[in-house]
Design a protein around this ligand. Sequence first.
Ligand SMILES: C[S@@+](CC[C@H](N)C(=O)[O-])C[C@H]1O[C@@H](n2cnc3c(N)ncnc32)[C@H](O)[C@@H]1O
Length: 466
Amino acid sequence: MGNYSTSKASLSLAQALQELDQNQLEELQQDVHNLARWLTPWIPQAEALISLTEQGVNSVDNLTTRQIETEQDQLVQKQQPVFNLSTTTRQNSFSAQDELPAESAQLKRFAQGIPGRKWQQMRYFVRHLQPWLAQEQKQSQQVTTSDQSVNNCSDSDCKCEPENTRHILEWCAGKGHLGRLIAYQQQENPEETASQDHYQITSLEWQQKLCRQGEQEAHKWQLQQSFVHGDAFDQQAGELIQTNTHAVALHACGDLHCQLIHHASQRQARSLLIAPCCYHLIRADSYKPLSQQARQSQIQLSKQDLKIPLQETVTGGQRIGNLRDTELLWRMAFDQLQKQQLNSNDYMPLPTIPKHLLTGEFKDFIDWAISNRKLDQCISVDMDVDVKAGVDKLNLDSYLEKGQQRVQQIRRMELVQHLFRRPLELWLVLDRMLRLQEAGFHVELTEFCQKNLTPRNLLIKAYRSD
Ligand SMILES: C[S@@+](CC[C@H](N)C(=O)[O-])C[C@H]1O[C@@H](n2cnc3c(N)ncnc32)[C@H](O)[C@@H]1O
């Protein structure tokens, strides 16, 4: 950051942020180490906090919720609860040696219709399930060799499920791509699957249309995958979990994966693989920690706080990035407009903006926003004309300019939140792990793929050894 950093300590943090030029801003946005160094005059623990989260991610074993919390709480000067993750371990994160093997022509055909990054995420994800299945298979082989029977039923027409059936439950499955890949691998790799082993993949999904599409694909590939069209929050969904169930959840949002943790703990599932996402999608007004230990914490998290980890959006490319920038600019410009028109100081949020509007004209977006917020009257009465003509008369460029100033301010203020993105995510993930540990699981944390495939690349692995 050149000479700038030598004089900044005498400024307040807000002043120093405002004084950043565009290049400096971008440098800090792109490199969290740089950011931590830059913030140190105001947040002395900034660098320690980042190195702590990376210790856990890049090396092994020694990251605990308590440490993260201690660093974070020192920042907010609170008394600390004590966390204990003594039997919870953290594994090596993704490394170059973990590259995926080349895809066969058939696998490429299998992947058709699955978005590229999602496909890669899934391939990495399933690699964490294989060792558990292989281990169980070995155990069941030992049992069946000594006992030669797979099914104890004496009826030759019996439709009972063989005893060594592995149940794999895909939670909030969408079209069930992940479950389908698991089913495919079990079917296509006989060397990894003993002939006596039976797999049943069940994919739970709320949207019937996705269930139907998933069923068609499974049928096309003749795979042992069935769909349950249901609500993860129903008690019946919990009944899909048995003591021999391996449950997988790739990016089941907020409360959805927490619900899986709840059911799996109650019903003693065999194992869980969960890649969490969208921590803010919860039914309560604010975060309710899952684990007993986190419940003692004084950290209070609003839904807005829970969005902080999601600000890390390394995927999506230039086009998506530009759309996001346009959206923020237009929202801010509209806010300036409504404040002036209504003579108000209050921010007026807008709901999700239809995508096609963001690639169109600013004026059309304003027409939409005015009618969405039912401001037609204010504008037309004010201007004594109908709303379209009223909007035409507004000096939209001046609102865009004011919006741009707001965006610049927001982007600078956001830098402080950036520091807490990964630590906060780890805190939330470790809370989930503690809950599982309290329920008797052995728990591990790893990164299942590179961050450029998804920033939500943390994977909770929990299994019962009994
Ligand atoms: C972010 S998507 C993830 C889908 C899939 N696991 C993947 O990674 O592609 C979340 C899925 O959860 C489903 N879902 C949302 N609420 C649900 C509920 N209450 N019960 C079951 N599924 C739900 C959605 O329809 C959606 O398909």
